[in-house]
Structures are given as C-alpha cells and as structure tokens.
Design a protein around this ligand. Structure first.
Ligand SMILES: [Fe+2]
Length: 274
C-alpha cells in the first residue's frame, strides 16, 4: 500500500514562506513594490495572535474615520485633544473610496490640503506607511498578523537583505489568551488600540446589530467586493488580484510605497495601521 501525504507549493519571498492551498496551477505572487524593491532592507514583525475573525481587521482598514477617534492620542503624540468624542475628526474634509486593479483605495483629504491615500490589497493585506500588514486566517476566530516593513536605502543603492530579520511583538493584552470582556488591553500603541477594537467586536462580529453611517461607505464597499469576488470564484473565474501571466508580473506594481513612506517618516512607528 502506498500512502501519499497532501502537499502544497511553497515559495520564499521577503523572508516569508508563501503557501498556495488552492486548485492547480498556482498563480504568481503579484509584483508589489513592498516585496520586490531592492533599494532597501526589509524586516518582519510578527504580531501577537489576534483572537477574532480576520475580516474584522480588513473592515477596519476600510474605515478611515477611526483614526481620528481611536488613535487620537497616538496619531500625533503630544497634541492636545479638546474633545475626545470628536477627537481629530474636524481635521478631515472628505473620505473617498475607489477600486484599483489589485484592491481598494481609501483616501482622507484634510482641511490642511494633505491627502493620505493607501490601499487594501484584496483580500487580506493593508499597505500603509512602510508596511504591508498581512492578515492570515488561522480559523474563523483566530488570525495571525505579519508586518513586512521596508526601509529604503538613503542613497537608493541596492541594499536588499537576503535573510530578513524577524521580531516578535509582545502581547497587547493581559492575560495574553483571554477574550473580551476578560482581557485588559494596553492602549498606548496604535496597533494595540486596533487589536482592542477588532477583538471587542466579538470572535465573529454580529453585523445584525451594527449601525452604519456615511463614513462606513468603505466598509460597505469591501463587503460588496468580497461577495462579488466570491461569486466569480464560484463561477470558475479568478477573483480580483490573481495574476497568472508572467508578462503581466514583469513590472513592479506601485502601491504608493514611496509616497506613504515619505508621508509618515516624521511620525514613525506610531502611524502604523490607520
Ligand atoms: Fe487603526
């Protein structure tokens, strides 16, 4: 008798092993700037386990209004807050959302004239600042979050590191495996604030009890795109973002990495994941 173990194709890229668990043939890993730029170094940050469904983090990434409320004391440390209910909301003049070939873009336009625009790479990556935040579902109620951060070489020369350093982030809550309402979250870091907001919605958020408002247009758009792409998959088509043609993958896909690095350079780590 012969016993054959199930196996899947795996590719190493940017210090991570990427496994493909779908039907053959495996598609290509899209040529996003954050993985493929050679003029800098990368570092991986492994976040504490997120004890909720991965899509709660993705919905949050299409909700730009939360920055000015949830992150009001961490977005610009030291800035006085006059009213914690409105936070920094009055800085913003408009929120906009639109589709790009590889995902969804959200744009904040500030009254100062500054525009902050960064994409969700469909279906499970937020590209913001110098990072790609990859949310990998472990099961329906647990998620592993990997940050790949890119630090460009100042003089633009090739500085790619072959072995990418890895840092494990300490738990944001105590006890580290407790669920809401028994967990206490630290609230002095942007990413910890987000973990609190994601997990306290419950292991799988009950959307029948939510009250959406005009600034939730991005959340609605993400849900509609997800349902549309699931339908395409059910009909035998490739969903958004699947690349199979090497010629299509020959050039780098610009996810605004240069712009988002420049924009957040003065704020540093505190601007992660808005
Ligand atoms: Fe956030």
């Amino acid at each position: 008798m012969t016993v054959k173990h199930k196996s899947y194709p795996v590719q190493k890229l940017a210090g991570l092993y990427w496994a493909y668990l779908g039907p053959e043939p495996a598609p290509l890993i899209p040529n996003f700037d954050i993985w493929f730029r050679k003029d800098g170094r990368r570092k991986i940050f492994i976040q504490p386990q997120l004890d909720c469904n991965w899509f709660q983090a993705m919905e949050n990434s299409m909700d730009p209004a939360h920055l000015e409320i949830l992150h009001q004391i961490t977005a610009e440390p030291g800035r006085p807050i006059e009213n914690s209910t409105r936070g920094l909301t009055d800085d913003v003049s408009a929120f906009d959302f639109y589709e790009v070939p590889y995902g969804l873009m959200k744009r904040r336009t500030y009254k100062s004239g500054m525009v902050d625009e960064h994409p969700v790479i469909f279906p499970n990556i937020l590209r913001q600042g110098n990072s790609a935040q990859i949310r990998v579902p472990m099961d329906d109620t647990h998620t592993k979050v990997y940050f790949v951060r890119f630090f460009p070489a100042e003089d633009g020369t090739v500085a790619e590191n072959e072995e990418v350093p890895v840092e494990y982030i300490r738990p944001y809550k105590h006890p580290p495996d407790a669920l809401h309402p028994y967990a206490k979250f630290r609230m002095d870091l942007v990413q910890a604030q987000d973990h609190m907001a994601w997990e306290t919605q419950g292991p799988i958020a009950d959307r029948t009890r939510e009250r959406l408002t005009s600034s939730d247009r991005g959340v609605v758009m993400l849900r509609q795109v997800m349902m549309r792409e699931i339908k395409k998959l059910q009909e035998g088509q490739d969903p958004m973002g699947v690349v199979r043609d090497p010629r299509q993958n020959a050039t780098m896909v610009d996810t605004f990495l240069t712009e988002t690095i420049r924009q957040f350079a003065h704020i540093g780590d505190s601007a992660i994941n808005q």
